[in-house]
Design a binder for this molecule. Sequence first.
Ligand SMILES: *Cc1c(COP(=O)(O)O)cnc(C)c1O
Length: 397
Amino acid sequence: MSDDIGELNVPSRLLLGPGPSNVHPRVYRAMMAPVIGYLDPQFLQLLDDTQRPLRALFRTENDMTIAISGTGTAGMEAAIYNVVEPGDTVIVCFNGFFGDRMAQMARRCDAEPVLVEAEWGRIIEPEQVEQALKANPGAKLVAIVHGETSTGILQPLEEISRIVHAHDALLLVDAVTSLAGCDLRIDDWGVDVCLSGTQKCLSAPPGMAPLTLSPQAMEVVAKRKEPVRSWYLDVSMLRNYWGAGKARVYHHTPPMTMLYALREALRIVLEEGLETRIVRHRRHAEALWAGVEAMGLQLHAQEGHRLPSLTTVRVPEGIDEMTLRRGLLQEHNIEVGGGIGVLQGQVWRIGLMGYNATAQNVLGLLYALETELARQGFKVETGAGVAAAVQSLNAAL
Ligand SMILES: *Cc1c(COP(=O)(O)O)cnc(C)c1O
């Protein structure tokens, strides 16, 4: 066998699944900048340049606003591991795949997760959180997912935050699929710890995890009885690294290229305007929802709480969902996701994240979906989905 593995040759797909989404061309361009050392004055400037827009996106004044070197899950570990200690009671809202992941992490910190559960595709009701807090006095933390990528739910947070703070607990939020795509207000809503990722609504590659902690959360970190069990993700050390400019010390070699990517991605968001971008996500999601329903398909997520950046569509009776996804990929070059966890085989997951939330993509996907459904004998009126989506887009103008 030859040792020559050949030139790298990957296809350029339209990524309309649960993430990664397509990378903005300007982000790719930024990533070609030369790698510099972590002591270079330009690098310090790069960290500053990144922190300021990150605070704007999170809508926070939190001093501790950084990006973890790692994907969204590393951000989740940083969030949980820093505030949770052995013996803590942690309330974890579990109405999808990522709630379960947070509960697993809490267990690894030797904490006792108490699950507040809802059906996959429905929100967690504030009363449920209140009951759990009453039943578990002294609970330290409530962890919840804002945009559940596995179910297509956008969880309201304001009322829950009020309840959490009335019980002197901290609120931890997974905003991997909502940051820069949905309304998210860390300070106004009183979120104490929030994590995200670069490959969803930020339209950068996977590899960094924006993270912010309130002064109250940092106080909890400062009062820990034992050191954070992850050395790499310990925010008290990362703070010195991202911190006040002068005293920066070596902690780990930053993935410089990903920092360039994040910097440019943040710049693109602020150029568009956060508010405008959120409206754009909503407008195109509504067009998709109208189109899908006009084709005779059903949306899975609870009405009124649908996540604009990710839509779950129920697989109709008699349709092979995997064959349909294969058709979308092979015939139309479009990737969408299948269901995971308890929704495996029951839904498709269609992402319209960041750069991808456009009319071209919505209309192209609806056309491809119609074609592939028809191939399996599903009766669709020709062009009904596209027409409904166009109507929805025009109505929004
Ligand atoms: C994608 C995602 C994650 C995990 O992020 P990775 O980058 O895959 O590690 C966590 N939470 C939610 C809600 C997500 O959508």
